[in-house]
Design a protein around this ligand. Sequence first.
Ligand code: SAH
Length: 349
Amino acid sequence: MPELSLLIDKLEREHSLSETEYRALIEGRNETLAGDLRERAVQVRKAVYGNTVFVRGLIEISSWCKNNCYYCGIRAGNPKAERYRLTPEEILLCCREGWALGFRTFVLQGGEDPWFTDGVLEPLLRQIKAEFPGCAITLSLGERSRESYQRLYDAGADRYLLRHETADKSHYESLHPAAMSWDRRMECLRELKQIGYQVGCGFMVGSPGQTARELAKDLKFIEEFHPAMCGIGPFIPHKDTPFGDRPGGSVELSCYLLSILRLIQPNLLLPATTALGTLDPLGREKGIQSGANVVMPNLSPVSVRKKYMLYDNKICTGEESAQCRGCLSARMASIGYEIVTDRGDPKTI
Ligand code: SAH
């Protein structure tokens, strides 16, 4: 195995390493190496995106979910989770507020709530597109049929976020009940891409049972799948879930992986996630300073925010959307970056 700094050279040059090499880069990391990697990731990010940061307005449309992911606070089997769903009219109001604040991408995310049929979503998507010309719509509503993905795309959705959660099948099976299938999740990602969506995948850092071996597989998968976006953030336990007493992931490793991902794919859209900001008051700034280029302030009505509790102590649940947007602009400005009013499509390079 060559010296680790040579692996970073190779990664920057070839945008590819073997799984064994990714694993070595993760297992052998130290502060010097991380500093070097971070500098190069920021250089690459600046060459592609300058000092601009894209924003997405996140609207959490439902806390109802039929699934039972062991890590997630809104899993069906959590009787303490407070449930709500926004009406299409309420979702439109969030978009109106967001549009006025300069958001040009709306992300509709939620649990897998059967109430949101294609018949409910299609007119909503058409209305959003008609009222806010030039905006992009991202959906993050979990697994649906290929037919449904196609219908929603035809109704105006541009992007779809579906974290693969882990690229290792048996690891996936240890994070989810038997009713959920890793093969189907991976198939969904391929279908979404075939339909023409800009697709986002991603994984939690430090999920129970994850080692450098699983992470190396995630990196290799992302390298090969070549998504438009990739969402990664630390796992944070939620007290009312089966993983409530497991240790959480770290900001340090999450940032290190953001830097690696930037070198794997220079134009990748990489959010500095809310989970990073939850573990560390400066987590999102650290994410940007490691190579991330997207932030996703919350546009959900304040009245429901505390009910979309995927993990404990989630931040930004008390502020109005304008405050959230203002706070993030100030945070980005404090480290020399600028939030822009833009759809935020991936740059073609
Ligand atoms: N139901 C949708 C949206 C899920 S929520 C879907 O299946 O895609 C978005 C992401 O939050 C999940 O993909 C998961 O990676 C992350 N998440 C869930 N619980 C978490 C936890 N306890 N800590 C950190 N991230 C979590």
